[in-house]
Design a protein around this ligand. Sequence first.
Ligand code: CUA
Length: 326
Amino acid sequence: MIDDGFRLLPEQASTHAPRVDLLYFFLLGVAVFFTVLIAALIVYLSIKYRRGNTNVDRTASHHESVLTELAWMVVPLILCVIIFTWSAALFFSGYRPPAGALEIRVVAKQWMWKFQHPDGKREINTLRVPLGQAVRLTMISEDVIHSLFVPAFRVKRDVLPGSYATCWFEATRTGEFHLFCAEYCGTNHSRMIGRVIVLEPADYQAWLAGGKTNEPPAEAGKRLFNELRCVTCHVGEGATSRCPPLVNLYGGQVRLVGGKTVKADEGYLRESIVRPAAKVVEGFQPIMPSFDGQVDEEQLIQLIAYIKSLAKPIAVAQPGEGGDHE
Ligand code: CUA
């Protein structure tokens, strides 16, 4: 069960959590220091200069001090630069997953969270992750904006329709933790909740191995690739003349008509399936039909997983089922 005892802050259950809290307490400290300083000065000065106190100097003297002027510019500047650099460093480290992170795909919809593990295993509103391993979430929404929020991990990221959002975490303790939708998304927004269960790595593997297994995303994507007849253009002889080749595409740079270059990441692949004319590869005609509305977000994820698998040397050796490759 989730420990819901009274606490000022959620427990710290990820590598990110203590770092976020340290910044939080630094900001709190700065705010408290200046609040107390200013409040104390107000009280002290109003007593000192109270009406009837003849013991103070009330001549309207004003002297210019360069040192004072500089002090109230430089001190806030330094504080702001410290806060900016610290927060920016933390922000980037929170959104840049380390290489080799376990990739879990998340599809949000009114009003549930759907998760899929790399081996294809699916879960709804419950996410099991291994302890001490970086986990990367690639997330998209089927309808409106949602936001994935795991307080104990200090992870919160908006999940948008139409483009992938990623975040990552590494759990540092086993147990169950709250998962919330943190963006108002309709009538049952408040019920769009779940839990993250952190397991020992061996328990996680055992859980993956047990129960019903699902088709891995890359395999489902390969099947879909054949069903939608993508295979006729994108694999085999036609690939080099009519359509850009997909083997070893993922992660590389693509030159477009007009001379621009884009990185072939998930966002680019998704856009090229849904809106093929948006970014046309140099040397090719915009002849590909749009698959917008013909494939849902989970199928897009599968297709992209398949294209990603083509970028690994091992997968390249496995030909398509059409038999018309090479
Ligand atoms: Cu989904 Cu609020």
